[in-house]
Design a protein around this ligand. Structure first.
Ligand code: UD1
Ligand code: MG
Length: 456
């Protein structure tokens, strides 16, 4: 196999997105459109990836600064041929080139491989049959079925407009030929543009074989031009992921109400109820059950854990057989060991909670180390922030924190300590003792009357 160069055309303005953001940075499945194309390109192991950028180029470049990509600016957009001409100085003479479109995210790597496999000595085009071919370049074939030209919609004759086989824009060819053909392009056509598609007729003229591979997966060649396109592609992308998960044996209560914006890997007998969103890298162990309306991001959740509805998890590790939610919020840096229980309206941030501990109701536990079998009562707050600095709270094994307590950090609650309900703890509480810190006496005022509304 010879060397491969990949040119990604991404200079188009994306006017119909009505957005200040470059079109190719809008996301599908949480990843920029261009990111999908770049990842597809990388999986073909090319020597070079060249992105032709234009509108909003610097932002696009910055988004991929970490990638080994060559960026070529097409300051004015004079057509797809003109775009590839900008990349020409960087193409290797002894390589083949695959041209991809930066706004076609559901790239079919196998179809590209088929084109590349033929590009040593042929011009290989990816085409598809479209019921309404309006707007597309038509694949013109001779009586033997050989491809003789691509004619753009605006340049086509009435008869050519009837052709349903259209150009996807994805093609591959040997650079030795491509470089020559590029130098021969003219803009003598209806749009006054340099059409890359004109290289087909030039190839025929040079007796270079032209093949068109017809794909039946139209979504894999569909470009995004509007928010409507973006929303449709998003649903197709999501339904494809959902089908894969179902095939792996994951139970999805409704595959149409699931969104994966990143990667989700699951063990056996995982169940996911409706309206869950997974972002970044999420790993679910065996027998994990996620109830409806959870948002889970960059998390590892171990075997047997159950997440109740409306739980929000971000950058967190959860151990085996934990019970989380409903309405729990686990924020970055949190780790929960096995058999922990986190209940409703509990927020944890950068808290490490050891096995068997329970924080069941209405609490904030931040910057804290919680030992084994600790029980944190309803309404407990770790006061971790003094307005300038953050401090840690340490709660040792078997401690019991009474409801409505404030633990003012830095503070340590000793092993087996009990904190009386309603305490404001500002000093370390010794192990195995009951510590109080509340108003000294409980008073009652006999004959006290509630205020009455003043009648007007
Ligand atoms: C192009 C093809 C057409 C094909 C259609 C598939 C040509 C002349 N026509 O049509 O045969 O059916 O795609 O969608 O190639 N771009 C640049 N610089 C430019 C112009 C375009 O980078 O100067 C990029 C765009 O960002 C886009 C891609 O090339 O990613 C295709 O451009 P677009 O204008 O959408 O394609 P059409 O001219 O409609
Ligand atoms: Mg155009």
């Amino acid at each position: 196999m010879s060397k491969l160069n990949i040119v990604i055309l991404a200079a188009g303005k994306g006017t119909r997105m009505y957005s200040n953001q470059p079109k190719v940075l809008h996301t599908v499945g949480g990843k920029p459109i261009l990111g999908h194309v770049i990842d597809g390109a990388k999986s073909l192991n090319p020597q070079k990836i060249i992105v032709v950028y234009g509108f909003g180029g610097e932002t696009v470049k910055q988004a991929y600064a970490h990638e080994n990509i060559m960026w070529v600016n097409q300051a004015e957009q004079h057509g797809t041929g003109h775009a590839v001409q900008q990349a020409a100085p960087y193409l290797e003479r002894d390589a083949d080139t695959l041209v991809l479109l930066g706004d076609v995210p559901l790239i079919d790597v196998e179809a590209c491989q088929k084109l590349v496999a033929q590009a040593d000595n042929k011009l290989a085009i990816l085409s598809f049959n479209k019921a309404d071919p309006t707007g597309y370049g038509r694949i013109v074939r001779n009586e033997n079925g050989g491809v003789t030209a691509i004619v753009e919609d605006k340049d086509a004759t009435e008869a050519q407009r009837e052709i349903k086989e259209v150009n996807t824009g994805i093609m591959a060819m040997p650079n030795a030929h491509l470089l020559q053909w590029l130098s021969k392009l003219t803009n003598n056509n209806a749009q006054g543009e340099y059409y890359l598609t004109d290289i087909v007729a030039l190839a025929v003229n040079d007796n270079v074989d032209v093949v068109a591979e017809i794909t039946t997966d139209e979504w894999s060649v569909t470009g995004i031009n509007s928010k409507t396109d973006l929303s449709q592609i998003e649903r197709i992308y999501q339904s494809r992921i959902a089908q894969k998960l179902l095939q792996q044996g994951i139970t999805l209560r409704d595959p149409a109400r699931l969104d994966i914006r990143g990667s989700l890997s699951c063990g056996r007998d995982v169940e996911i109820d409706i309206n869950c969103v997974f972002e970044g890298n999420v790993t679910l162990g065996n027998n994990v059950k996620i109830a409806a309306n959870c948002v889970i991001r960059n998390a590892v959740i171990a075997d047997g854990t159950q997440i109740a509805p409306f739980t929000h998890i971000d950058d967190t590790k959860v151990g085996e057989n934990a019970r989380i939610g409903p309405y729990a919020r686990l924020r970055p840096g949190t780790t929960l060991a096995a058999d922990t229980h986190i209940g409703n309206f509990v927020e944890l941030k950068n808290a490490q909670v050891d096995a068997g501990s329970k924080i069941n109701h209405l609490s904030y536990v931040g910057d804290s180390t919680v030992g084994k079998n600790v029980n944190i009562g309803a309404g407990t707050i770790t006061c971790n922030y003094d307005g300038a600095n953050k401090y840690r709270t340490v709660i040792e094994d078997n401690a019991f924190i009474g409801s409505d307590s404030q633990l003012v950090a830095p503070v340590t609650i000793g092993r087996g300590a009990t904190i009386a309900a309603g305490s404001t703890i500002t000093k370390d509480a010794p192990a195995e003792q009951l510590t109080f810190c509340r108003a000294k006496e409980q008073r009652s005022i006999a004959g006290w009357k509630r205020p009455q509304k003043i009648k007007k």
